[in-house]
Design a protein around this ligand. Structure first.
Ligand SMILES: Nc1ncnc2c1ncn2[C@@H]1O[C@H](COP(=O)(O)OP(=O)(O)OP(=O)(O)O)[C@@H](O)[C@H]1O
Length: 354
């Protein structure tokens, strides 16, 4: 388990002082695929670099498997660092060495003989699916292949933790997916804890089980992927989720009327649900049971780690009391209802929240 306990870090220069981390506390469990997301400048790189003390926090502790690594001597810290592999956006391979030598490099001086090193390198290259490139040089590899080599190198010392600093940001969507799948595979096969920093919620959604959202040096929200996607609380989290789920910019949808020139009461709501396979089924039911008209203006239903969740924007029309009774019924069934528009008057433009 990794515990980042109350970490703060300020970069001081002659003119400015930047609070890159402000009292950040996070717990990352063994075997987690943990995402840290935020916009540029939020403090993600500083935070991930504090996990192996490439960056030293001004205050706070970094505890890995009950060892406070901030309190270790340089020699003990070097030893601990071997248990933490790291990969980077631009791969950081040694261009003058071939794939074999890049992966073998961390094994030098570890008491292994030539045959043992060779066996280990080949095994690692097999694991990351790039054994056929063993004698190629980095310049002869694609971005995705370079990142596979970097992953093999990061795993050479059998680490318990793999830190991924924007590891897919330089890759096209296809390679991004392939590398994320590889990380997930390694996480499961080796029970390796993987920490991923990214500015793309798709990355988090694809592979992580938990996520922390950073803004201005602080962790503003954290939780399981399902919690964060189904019930984001902070504005920035809602933005990330909305962008990923395709329900950003829904103003046009909300502005649509249900029955133009209708004299009946009209209420547009967003309903959000977790765990019911079909939120629409509830809409059909209340439409019949309460005698109201319901028009689904937008729907987004996703499955995350086997649980479905989603949002619908629905315009109800009919008797006002019946519509409000129907909404109570939805809420009694653990469906979150948010009123967006009532009789043509916008009540909330917060449609992007899930
Ligand atoms: N070595 C440094 N000296 C001064 N300021 C720094 C240094 N490193 C980072 N900062 C500042 O600290 C803040 C956090 O930077 P950091 O790189 O951790 O953010 P980030 O979320 O990783 O951003 P990005 O996604 O752009 O890499 C920024 O305002 C940045 O300008």
């Amino acid at each position: 388990m990794i515990l980042l306990d109350n970490l703060s870090k300020t970069y001081e220069s002659k003119k400015v002082s930047v609070g890159a981390l402000k009292n950040v506390t996070l717990k990352i469990e063994k075997g987690d695929m943990f995402g840290i997301i935020g916009y540029s400048g939020a403090g993600k790189s500083t935070l991930i670099r504090c996990i192996n003390l490439l960056e030293r926090p001004d205050s706070g502790k970094v505890v890995i498997n009950d060892i406070d690594i901030t309190a270790l001597s340089p020699k003990s810290l070097r030893k601990q660092r071997e248990k933490i592999g790291m990969i980077f956006q631009h791969f950081n391979l040694m261009n003058r060495r071939n794939v074999f030598d890049n992966v073998a490099y961390p094994l030098k001086g570890k008491g292994l003989n030539k045959v043992q090193i060779e066996e280990k390198v080949i095994k690692l290259l097999e694991l990351v699916g790039i054994k056929d490139k063993v004698y190629s040089y980095p310049s002869q590899l694609s971005g995705g292949q370079k990142q596979r080599v970097a992953i093999a190198r990061a795993l050479a010392n059998d680490p318990e933790v793999l830190l991924c600093d924007e590891a897919t940001s330089a890759l096209d969507p296809q390679n991004t997916r392939a590398i994320l799948n590889l990380l997930k595979d390694i996480n499961q096969k080796l029970n390796l804890t993987v920490v991923i920093i990214t500015h793309q919620m798709e990355v988090v959604k694809e592979v992580c089980n938990r996520v922390a959202v950073m803004e201005n040096g602080e962790v503003v929200e954290k939780g399981s992927i399902l919690d964060i996607f189904s019930n984001p609380k902070r504005g920035i989290t809602k933005e990330f989720v909305a962008n990923t789920m395709g329900y950003d910019n829904l103003e046009d949808v909300i502005n649509q009327g249900f029955l133009k020139n209708s004299s009946s009461y009209e209420l547009t709501v967003k309903i959000s649900f977790v765990g019911q396979a079909a939120g629409q089924a509830f809409i059909s039911k209340i439409s019949i049971d309460y005698g109201i008209l319901a028009n689904i203006l937008f729907g987004s239903i996703e499955s995350l780690q086997g649980v479905s969740f989603g949002s619908l924007i629905v315009s109800f029309s009919g008797n006002s009391a019946k519509i409000h009774e129907a909404i109570e019924f939805l809420e009694e069934n653990n469906i979150k209802v948010e009123v967006l528009k009532e009789n043509g008057i916008i009540k909330s433009n917060n449609a992007q929240c899930s």
